[in-house]
Design a protein around this ligand. Structure first.
Ligand code: CTP
Length: 423
């Protein structure tokens, strides 16, 4: 029997007002059509955990497509329907998307495959899910709005910080859940329940991941590598021999563990300082694989369609020997790094000794400030007529700046005046 709890206050606290209004009205239309509708999945888990999450998934006991069409029409909102999956997606005025799915049972034709679907009750729909922490639902049907429905003890498992599957065959039916279990465990700092841990180990030992479609492995690994707590997740994946099962030659050691942590810090500082997005997936894959012969890494990357990472690895291998011998002057080191992408430099910086790492960052920061130090505008103000000489002067000044011979704009202007203006 399910447990019921009033979650109206919580839902109001964690879901923005304009989305909440839509949910209330969808609940009204749903009730009018004789359907029951529930917000389910990750968002409910995150509300319980006190975290914001804007992925709204609604399960409809009835017909999600009919409900979505009717509501979208009433509000003149765009709607996409996917008949074969019995799902629909409404886009709100403000851009957020609401996914609606007809409550269904799933049957798997073979392990790892995309499932076949058939209409069912909310309970059956929740039962087919991966872990108890993801089985909570909040009723939004008019008259019951805000009631939390807990069929499988999800609330208790969230409180106990436990990842548990719902039945024995979970990892066999969908081996991707092996990766998901460790992703959630790492992300949330949760433990695997004892029976769940046993089942997971068994599925890994039986090489179930081999049976999952490579595209789904790619997707799930990419999610993991983009998580904030990526290092914890990778350590769990090592502990449970998941990485080993994907890449037989893989091994973890202290050096690699340290590299992963340093890489994480480096990526965060690169992203903050340079206001760019670093390709985390490629970076972490390289950190995991760079001790292996390239052919082996290549085989893994190809098998799981990490095409961007292949390019990334190639770029890295092309330049890595440049750093075997280091010039004294930063301006000389700059010549080596200026053509290398920031994504690759993040890896080089994280995998080098601290001294080189700091030099690289110092140089990149200076490069970032290059225009503030001196620009064509400044040269014009000094009365130098625009010409190809500009590039030469600016390069010259920047070189001196890198080597610490010029420290600021004032010194830069003074240098230009004495060197280029006093005939
Ligand atoms: N699900 C599952 N088995 C999978 C993938 C997903 O049972 N292999 C279920 C989960 O119960 C999940 C729901 O489908 O709650 C939606 O999946 P997804 O959006 O990937 O998961 P979230 O829980 O929302 O995770 P995240 O916080 O990472 O978005």
């Amino acid at each position: 029997k399910p447990k019921f709890l009033n979650f109206e206050k919580k839902i109001k606290k964690y879901i923005p007002q304009h989305i909440l209004n839509h949910l209330i009205q969808i609940g009204r239309v749903s009730s009018y059509m004789g359907f029951n509708s529930f917000v389910v999945g990750g968002i409910v888990r995150d509300i319980v955990l006190g975290k914001k999450n804007l992925d709204i998934d609604i399960i409809v006991e009835g017909d999600a497509i009919e409900l979505a069409r009717r509501y979208a029409k009433e509000k003149s909102l765009p709607v996409h329907t996917f008949e074969e999956f019995m799902t629909a997606q409404i886009t709100l005025e403000t851009g957020e998307k609401i996914d609606l799915a007809t409550a269904r049972k799933e049957t798997y034709t073979h392990p790892g495959a995309y499932p076949k679907v058939e209409k069912a009750s909310i309970k059956e729909d929740l039962y087919r899910r991966d872990f108890t922490i993801n089985t909570l639902a909040i009723d939004i049907t008019e008259g019951r709005f805000g009631i939390l429905v807990d069929y499988f003890n999800g609330l208790k498992d969230i409180k106990d910080r436990m990842i548990r599957v719902l039945h024995q065959l979970s990892f066999i039916e969908d081996p991707i859940r092996i990766l998901r279990a460790l992703r959630f465990a790492g992300r949330l700092g949760f433990k695997l329940g004892k029976p769940t841990e046993k089942l997971l180990k068994l599925a890994v030992d039986e090489n179930m991941l081999e049976l999952a479609p490579s595209g789904r492995i790619n997707l799930e690994l990419s999610y993991s590598l983009n998580e904030d707590r990526v290092v914890d997740i990778l350590l769990l994946m090592d502990r449970y021999r998941v990485l080993h099962s994907l890449i037989p030659e893989f091994y973890m050691d202290e050096k690699r563990e340290e590299l992963l942590s340093r890489l994480r810090d480096t990526i965060i500082s690169f992203e903050m300082f340079f206001e760019i997005k670093i390709d985390r997936v490629s970076n972490y894959l390289l950190a995991l694989l760079y001790h292996l012969p390239f052919e082996l890494s290549y085989r893994f990357l190809e098998k799981y369609h990490f095409h961007k990472a292949v390019k990334f690895f190639e770029e890295y291998y092309e330049v890595k020997d440049l750093f075997k011998e280091l010039p004294q002057k930063d301006s000389e080191l700059y010549k080596k790094i200026k053509f290398i992408k920031k994504d690759v430099l993040a890896f080089i910086s994280a995998s080098s000794d601290i001294e080189l790492s700091e030099r690289i960052i110092r140089i990149l920061k200076k490069e970032e400030e290059r225009n503030l130090l001196l620009s064509g505008k400044d040269l014009k103000k000094l009365g130098i007529p625009p010409s190809s000489l500009y590039r030469k002067i600016l390069d010259d000044v920047f070189k001196k700046y890198l080597d610490g011979e010029i420290k600021n704009k004032e010194e830069a202007l003074k240098y230009v005046k004495t060197k280029y203006l006093s005939n």
